[in-house]
Write a protein that binds this ligand. Structure first.
Ligand SMILES: Nc1nc2c(c(=O)[nH]1)N[C@H]1C(S)=C(S)[C@@H](COP(=O)(O)O)O[C@H]1N2
Ligand SMILES: [Mo]
Length: 555
C-alpha cells in the first residue's frame, strides 16, 4: 500500500520522490550521452563537451578561486601520495568534468520531472526538446568559445552538441511519460503492480543505457582514429638520442641514493595546461606568423625554423604553483633557435617593444624585445630531449625564457605579434606575478639511511636533493639537523647555468627522530628567502624540512 498519496494530483507520489526519480533518470541517460560524445570525439574529432565545460570554468572563474582549487588538489595528491602531481591532477580534472556533466543532467531532468508534475501523463517531444536546448545551446556556445582542438567546423559542432542534448532531453521526457502512465490514478488500485512496473521500467532503462554506453564508449576506444601528437621528422634533433655523456658526467660527486634524477626522463616531466586536452597541431601545414611592427612579416614553416642553426640548452623548468619540495619541476635538454635571430629577420620597427605570443589553446604572454636582444638563451624551442616536442609539451613550438616560471613561457605557439605596448599575459590577468622570477629554493629528496657507510670516524648517512635559483646559480647549500649548526653540503656541477644543482651532505649518524632542514645561497650571495609563502602570487618560498626517524641500518 502506498502511504504518500496526495489526492487531487495527477501523480500520487510525493514531489520529493518524483524529483529524485527525475534525477535518477537524468543520471542514467547521461551515461549514453557521455558515451556518444566520446564516440564523436574519438571517431570524428568532435568536441568532448564535458572537457570544454571544465576549460571554460577554469578560464572564467576568478584566479583566486582557481588557485584555492589547484592548491587543494596539489596538497591532496601530495598527502595521499597519489603519484606524479600533474598527471594525477589531469585525471582528477577529467573525472570532475564528467561528473559535472552527469550532475547537470541529473538536475535538468529533476527539474523537468518537477515541472511536469502538474501536467497529464502523455508524451510529446516538445518539453524534452526544450530541456535539451536549454542545456545544449549554452554548451555549444561554451564549447565554441574554448575548444581550439576540434578541427570540425563550427556549425557541425553546434548541431552535434545541441542535437545530442535534445535527444537526451526527449528521452528524459519519454521516460517521465512512461513512468507517469505507470502511475496514473486508474492503475492506482493495483499499486503493488504499479510500483513494480516503475521499478521494472527503471531497471530496463538502466540496462539499455548501460548497453548503449558500453557499446558507444567501446567503439570509441576501439576505433579511435585520433593521432595523438605524431612527431615530426622535418626538424633536426629527431634522431639525436640522449647525450651519451651529460656535460657533468666527470663530476666526482655522486648524488645521494634516492635523489631525483638530475636529467628528468621525458615521460616523468610535469605538465601544466589550461585545457583538459592539449591542442593538436598538424606540423605539415603549420606556419608561424610573425607580424605587427616589423619590416618583413614572416610566415615560418617548420622547415624554415629547422634551417636556422640549432642551439641546445639544459634547462630546469618549474611551475609557479610548485610547492616547496613538489614535483612540478623538471630538467631536460631544449633545442631551438635564439629568438633574436628570428626577430632580426623580421626586422622590428622603431617603437616595437614587446612580443605578444599566442598559444593554440588561448594562452598568451608578453616578452620584452630588450631582453630578447640581450639574451641569446631566449629561444623558440622545437625539441626536448633530442625529440620534437610531444603534443603535451607544446608541439610544434614553445618559447624558452631563462629565470622565470613556466607561466611566462607559452607552448603550442601559433602567432607572434610585435607591438609597442605591454599587456598582461594569461596568468598575470588572473592575479599571478607579472615578472614571475623563479625563487631560490632547495629541497631534501632523500635521507638515505640504507646507504649509510663507515668512513672510519663512524657511520655517515648520505642526504641529498636539489637547489635551484632560475638562471642565477647556486653558490652554497647548507643542511641543519635539529637545532644544530648549518653545515655546508657538497655541490655537483650542474648541467648548465639554468638547471638545478644536485647537493649532498653526508651526515654523522645519530639514532633517533631528527628534523633536517636545507637552505641555499645564490651565486650573487643572496640567501634564499626563509619565510614561508604560498605559490600564489609569486612562487613558494620557505625552508624545506623533513622529519625522519632513523635507526641503525641493518648490516
Ligand atoms: N599555450 C600554453 N602554454 C603554456 C601553458 C598553457 O596552459 N598553455 N602553461 C604554462 C605553465 S603554467 C607551465 S608551468 C608550463 C609547463 O610546461 P610543460 O607542461 O611542458 O611542463 O607551460 C606554460 N605554457
Ligand atoms: Mo605553471
Amino acid at each position: 500500500m502506498k502511504t504518500d498519496s496526495t489526492p487531487g494530483q495527477a501523480s500520487g507520489r510525493s514531489a520529493r520522490s518524483d524529483i529524485l526519480t527525475g534525477a535518477l533518470v537524468g543520471l542514467l541517460l547521461a551515461a549514453p550521452l557521455l558515451a556518444l560524445f566520446y564516440l564523436g570525439f574519438a571517431l570524428l574529432d568532435l568536441p568532448f563537451v564535458p572537457f570544454d565545460m571544465l576549460d571554460w570554468a577554469a578560464r572564467t572563474l576568478p584566479g583566486d578561486v582557481i588557485t584555492v582549487g589547484i592548491n587543494a588538489m596539489v596538497a591532496l595528491i601530495g598527502a595521499l601520495q597519489l603519484g606524479e602531481t600533474s598527471s594525477v591532477a589531469k585525471t582528477i580534472e577529467h573525472i570532475m568534468a564528467v561528473a559535472g556533466l552527469a550532475l547537470t543532467a541529473a538536475l535538468g531532468s529533476a527539474a523537468l520531472f518537477a515541472v511536469q508534475r502538474e501536467s497529464q501523463p502523455g508524451y510529446s517531444p516538445l518539453p524534452g526538446a526544450l530541456l535539451g536546448l536549454l542545456i545544449g545551446l549554452p554548451a555549444a556556445l561554451i564549447s565554441g568559445s574554448v575548444n581550439f582542438i576540434s578541427p570540425a567546423d563550427p556549425l557541425t559542432r553546434a548541431v552535434w552538441i545541441i542535437g545530442l542534448f535534445i535527444g537526451w532531453g526527449v528521452t528524459v521526457h519519454w521516460a517521465w511519460a512512461r513512468l507517469a502512465v505507470a502511475q496514473a490514478p486508474q492503475q492506482a488500485a493495483a499499486s503493488d503492480v504499479t510500483v513494480l512496473d516503475r521499478r521494472a521500467f527503471l531497471v530496463r532503462l538502466g540496462g539499455a543505457t548501460a548497453a548503449i554506453t558500453v557499446v558507444g564508449a567501446g567503439l570509441g576506444i576501439l576505433l579511435n582514429t585520433r593521432d595523438d601528437g605524431g612527431p615530426l621528422d622535418a626538424l633536426p634533433g629527431s634522431d639525436a638520442a640522449l647525450p651519451p655523456g651529460l656535460p657533468n658526467a666527470d663530476d666526482p660527486l655522486q648524488p645521494a641514493p634516492g635523489t631525483r634524477p638530475e636529467y628528468t626522463p621525458l615521460a616523468d616531466h610535469y605538465r601544466i595546461d589550461i585545457s583538459a586536452l592539449p591542442p593538436r597541431i598538424d606540423g605539415a601545414v603549420y606556419a608561424l606568423p610573425i607580424t605587427g611592427l616589423v619590416d618583413r612579416p614572416l610566415e615560418l614553416t617548420l622547415d624554415d625554423i629547422a634551417a636556422y642553426e640549432p642551439v641546445d640548452q639544459f634547462v630546469t623548468l618549474s611551475c609557479i604553483s610548485n610547492p616547496i619540495g613538489g614535483d612540478l619541476i623538471g630538467t631536460t635538454r631544449w633545442t631551438g633557435v635564439p629568438m633574436r635571430r628570428i626577430l632580426a629577420d623580421a626586422g622590428p620597427q622603431e617603437g616595437a617593444r614587446y612580443l605578444r605570443i599566442y598559444g593554440a589553446d588561448g594562452f598568451d604572454e608578453t616578452v620584452d624585445i630588450a631582453s630578447i636582444t640581450a639574451d641569446p638563451r631566449i629561444m623558440l624551442t622545437y625539441a626536448w630531449d633530442g625529440q620534437p616536442l610531444t603534443q603535451e609539451h607544446g608541439f610544434p613550438l614553445r618559447i624558452y625564457i631563462p629565470n622565470v616560471y613556466g607561466m611566462k613561457q607559452p607552448k603550442w605557439i601559433t602567432r607572434i605579434d610585435v607591438v609597442a605596448d605591454y599587456e598582461d599575459g594569461y596568468w598575470v590577468r588572473r592575479g599571478w606575478d607579472e615578472v614571475a622570477r623563479m625563487q631560490a629554493t632547495s629541497v631534501i629528496d632523500t635521507v638515505a639511511v640504507n646507504a649509510a657507510y663507515d668512513d672510519g670516524s663512524g657511520l655517515r648517512v648520505p642526504i641529498g636533493g636539489i637547489a635551484h635559483a632560475g638562471a642565477r646559480g647556486i653558490a652554497k647549500v647548507e643542511v641543519r639537523v635539529d637545532n644544530g649548526e648549518w653545515a655546508e653540503a657538497r655541490l655537483r656541477r650542474p648541467l648548465s647555468d639554468t638547471t638545478w644543482v644536485i647537493w649532498r651532505y653526508d651526515w654523522p649518524f645519530v639514532e633517533g627522530t631528527h628534523t633536517f632542514n636545507v637552505r641555499c645561497v645564490e651565486t650573487s650571495g643572496a640567501p634564499q628567502i626563509e619565510t614561508s609563502a604560498p605559490p600564489r602570487p609569486s612562487g613558494a618560498t620557505g625552508l624545506h624540512r623533513r622529519s625522519v626517524r632513523v635507526s641503525a641500518p641493518e648490516t
